[in-house]
Design a protein around this ligand. Structure first.
Ligand code: BMA
Length: 314
């Protein structure tokens, strides 16, 4: 740590061994960030965004016994695809993994005539199937809820543009079959401060009796460019486009050297959260400065309390 006083730390406490995955963790990587991990039996598995030294953005599988020390496959995932038009995997980034009905679904920003929402599935993190594209360009930051609601799959997403989008609100849609998506709803848009330029869903929403806890990223525009922070919201359990609470204060913001210096400075980008039901510990995995993977922790109850105590009042 570079010297934040404990009292000045945001809600999420950085793991002292950060970054847990360095930029050079595979033989040809330029950077590894914005990656998703999940419990798998007694171990952990992950899908990692690995940008190689040609600066191609690809998805790699990874495994870990403790969620902290990771082995990342040196080669990208070879997706099986039954749709010939989609078989050419151009690029993929910022994956999220959702455990749903016994399978692991991966959503990511997919290259198909522009950034759009890719969807895939695996049961074992060894063989991966690439399904139909969920939403066409331009879109990013899609994440599936971990159970059906009203008997349908539900997905958060963030319409965008071809470039470094200077806007962005979170929307939600439903599907009966993971192919056709509709019943579109607006969830939330930008607000003042750290979330004034654009926002996007982060990890898979966590179900609590009080609602879905959604950790999301928010972006502000400074004189030097975008700054990516993290905040949290509580969404209605049955009508998850209804926002019950939403934090005015961030729960994490770039402050450490590894978050402020890298390929893209000043980025903390949460993508995965693992909740331990016995201890209530919540580990949040985030990309730092588009360069490496880091971890920060809290408890789910502290996060819920923080959301309620630091929410906008209107
Ligand atoms: C977004 C995505 C993220 C990245 C962020 C900051 O548009 O590309 O992967 O972390 O910009 O560069």
């Amino acid at each position: 740590m570079t010297g934040l006083s404990p009292a000045n730390e945001p809600l999420l406490k950085r793991y002292p061994g950060n970054p847990i995955i360095h930029r050079n963790a595979t033989p040809t990587s330029n950077s590894i960030m914005n990656s998703s991990v999940i419990e798998f039996g007694d171990e952990y598995r992950g899908v990692f965004r690995v940008d190689d030294q040609c600066r191609r953005m690809m998805l790699h599988a990874g495994r870990s016994k403790d969620g902290i020390n990771w082995d990342i496959a040196p080669e990208p995932i070879r997706w099986k695809c039954n749709v010939p038009e989609l078989a050419d995997f151009v690029y993929g980034y910022d994956p999220r993994i959702t455990h749903l009905d016994g399978k692991y679904y991966v959503t990511w920003c997919h290259g198909y005539h522009g950034p759009c929402i890719g969807l895939g599935v695996t049961e074992n993190f060894e063989s991966f199937e690439h399904l139909e594209i969920a939403l066409p360009p331009f879109n990013r930051n899609a994440v599936l809820f971990p159970r059906k609601i009203d008997g349908e799959y539900v997905m958060l997403h963030r319409p965008s543009d071809r470039g470094h989008t200077p806007f962005g609100d979170i929307f939600l849609c439903y599907s009966k079959d993971l192919i056709y998506w509709g019943r579109h709803r607006f969830v939330m848009g930008t607000r003042s401060g750290w979330q004034s330029t654009k926002i996007g869903a982060g990890p898979v929403p966590i179900e609590t009796p009080e609602g879905w806890v959604l950790i999301y990223h928010g972006v502000l525009t400074s004189c030097n460019g975008f700054v990516y922070c993290a905040g949290a919201a509580l969404l209605d359990l049955e009508q998850p486009w209804k926002v019950r609470y939403r934090t005015r204060r961030y729960i994490l913001a770039p402050a450490e050297l590894y978050e402020c210096v890298g390929d893209v400075p000043n980025v903390t980008f949460p993508v995965a959260a693992v909740h331990d039901e016995d201890t209530d510990e919540l580990r949040v995995y985030y990309g730092a400065a588009d360069t490496c993977v880091c971890m920060a922790t809290t408890t789910l109850s502290e996060l819920l309390q923080f959301i309620k105590e630091n929410s906008f009042e209107d």
